[in-house]
Design a protein around this ligand. Structure first.
Ligand code: GLY
Length: 313
């Protein structure tokens, strides 16, 4: 089958040192989740679903898994609260929707999709986004939906050290607190359409009101049928300064690279310009999959051109 008739799908669950993944059981827990999500996405696309439907479905499943830093597993800010960011983008027409600093929403990526399809806007934040969620009839979940003992302990450690922490921090903090990750999904469907979604609780002990790269089009998320779909994970400030998702797309558009070369070139630029910490998953318009990162590891998996699923750190 030619690549024009096949689908490709990639997901990630965060980047960092992942030093806590010292045993097979922990590794299996992550990889099993990634594999389950990929197979769900495969079903969506084999049943005729679009790339957009596949990335939303995959992102929601990852948001619902407490091992990842998004949705119910989100990290806590300086006030011990969650503030969630998410975005989704449709490569057919560059339509995009994003939310930032929302709470009490189980699946922020779903709200981002509603911003894209049901509002005139690209991004809504905080109280305005919550009012829009009410307007759309989205259920609010109670605060304790988000508080896991691990999250509370992780915030305590970050406060003790007077620092913010990446979800899977490359720091000396050594415990279960490093086992969570920002999530993302990118897809190309059999029609050749691309889509991307990213969702996160951000970084541990972040200032109230801090927004990262995940909901910023061109930084943490991007999709353009002419080039590629990208989802990023890592220190948001680094991605925002280097506008990395759009930069990777531009390497394809302006320098004629394929997605594999563009992803590598983007990560080289990210490292060289801002000493960036994190990684990206990329699917190009031919269905090629690429995952590159500057951290020790990135939890990710892919199905390339309808083939078997692969998962790795
Ligand atoms: N990359 C997620 C964040 O920095 O918020």
């Amino acid at each position: 089958m030619s690549s024009s008739g096949t689908y490709s799908l990639m997901v990630h669950g965060g980047a960092g040192a992942l030093d806590n993944v010292k045993d097979d059981k922990t590794a299996f827990r992550y990889l099993d989740s990634i594999r389950t999500v990929l197979e769900h996405g495969r079903q969506v696309m084999e049943l005729g679903g679009s790339a957009l439907q596949a990335v939303e479905a995959c992102a929601m499943l990852l948001e619902d898994d407490p091992v990842f830093n998004a949705g119910c597993g989100s990290v806590l800010n300086e006030n011990g609260k969650v503030e969630l960011d998410a975005a989704i983008m449709d490569g057919r027409d560059l339509a995009a929707g994003a939310v930032a600093a929302v709470d009490n929403i189980a699946n922020p990526v779903q709200l981002a999709r509603l911003v894209m399809t049901e509002s005139e806007h690209v991004m809504l934040i905080a109280e305005g986004a919550m009012r829009f969620a009410d307007h759309c009839g989205m259920e609010r979940v109670p605060e304790d939906y988000f508080y896991t003992p691990d999250r509370v302990e992780q915030l305590r450690m970050a406060r003790l050290r007077h620092k913010v922490m990446l979800d899977h921090d490359d720091s000396e903090i050594d415990s279960e607190d490093q086992k969570y990750g920002t999530i993302g999904a990118v897809a190309r469907d059999s029609q050749g359409n691309l889509a991307a979604a990213t969702s996160t609780g951000g970084i541990v002990n972040k200032r109230m009101g801090r927004v990262g790269d995940s909901p910023i089009v061109g930084a943490g998320v991007y999709a353009d049928n002419e080039t590629c779909a990208v989802s990023a994970t890592g220190f948001g400030e680094d991605f925002m300064r280097s506008v990395i998702a759009k930069t990777i797309s531009d390497f394809m558009l302006m320098q004629g690279m394929d997605g594999i070369k563009a992803s590598a070139a983007g990560i080289e630029y990210f490292k060289r310009k801002v000493n960036g910490r994190g990684g990206v998953i990329v699917i190009d318009n031919a269905g090629n999959c690429a995952g590159d990162f500057t951290t020790k590891k990135m939890i990710h998996g892919w199905i390339e051109k309808g083939g078997q699923a692969y998962c790795r750190f």
